[in-house]
Design a binder for this molecule. Structure first.
Ligand SMILES: O=C[C@H](O)COP(=O)(O)O
Length: 253
């Protein structure tokens, strides 16, 4: 099965009502490849999700940036997977390194969240990635394999999961992984899937790269065999996000 190029835009905790209107207008006017070529998902903060969903062109989907680990209830400040499904929000980002580092989300907790979100019919962008210290210690593959294993332990199908490899040292720093560095980890993760899950999952699961992706580095990264798209932070708030979406054309060549 072919892996359709996937571009996610993670707006993180950014934006005002006016900013959101401008971003949506840019996306709606942008000349982007057809949905046969690229799947585009943007992830506004919760408070803007329904507005963005209703005002955005139908070819672009939306994702939440997080959801609660189990069924909703007395969990002040949380948003449940059921609520997202009820609103018609198709995707959720889980396991982002900012949540792992700042909010103490463990590999196991992320695995539970992914499983519960899938059980409620959501599709998941699951994030993994090593810190600079871990890379320098030579443990990158070990770290991302353990993060991915914790998800594999809790789910029975990868059909509705996109795996985002986001080296922590590249996030928001302007220090993008080189195409070779990204390819090496993506290929390692694909090998891991083949050995630990199945050849089918290895061949069909999209592994996308995140960390300082920009309009100027996206094409070279997209040209790597095992890079199936991007999860974009800062640049997804800017018009250059359209150029990043267009990097999908590289895969057609
Ligand atoms: O989710 C997106 C990543 O954290 C990348 O963020 P960035 O593109 O601002 O480095």
């Amino acid at each position: 099965m072919g892996r359709k190029f996937f571009v996610g835009g993670n707006w993180k905790c950014n934006g005002t009502v006016d900013d959101v209107k401008k971003i949506v207008a840019t996306l709606n006017a942008g000349d982007i490849p057809s949905t046969d070529v690229v799947e585009v998902v943007v992830s506004p903060p919760f408070v803007f999700l329904t507005t963005v969903k209703s005002e955005l062109r139908s070819e672009i989907q939306v994702a939440a940036q997080n959801c609660w680990v189990k069924k909703g209830g007395a969990f002040t400040g949380e948003v449940s997977a059921e609520m997202l499904a009820n609103l018609g929000v198709p995707w959720v980002i889980l396991g982002h390194s900012e949540r792992r580092a700042l909010l103490g989300e463990t590999n196991e907790f992320v695995g539970e969240k992914v499983a519960y979100a899938l059980s409620q019919g959501l599709k998941v962008i699951a994030c993994v990635g090593e810190t600079l210290e871990q890379r320098e210690a030579g443990t990158t593959m070990e770290v991302v394999a353990a993060q991915t294993q914790a998800i594999a332990d809790k789910i029975s199908s990868w059909d509705n999961v996109v795996l985002a490899y986001e080296p922590v040292w590249a996030i928001g720093t302007g220090k993008v992984a080189s195409p070779a560095q990204a390819q090496e980890v993506h290929a390692g993760l694909r090998k891991w899937f083949a050995e630990k899950v199945s050849a089918d999952v290895s061949a069909s699961t999209r592994i996308i790269y995140g960390g300082s992706v920009s309009g100027s580095n996206c094409k070279e990264l997209a040209g790597q065999t095992d890079v199936d798209g991007f999860l974009v932070g800062g640049a997804s708030l800017k018009p250059e996000f359209i150029d990043i979406i267009k990097a999908a054309e590289v895969k057609k060549c």
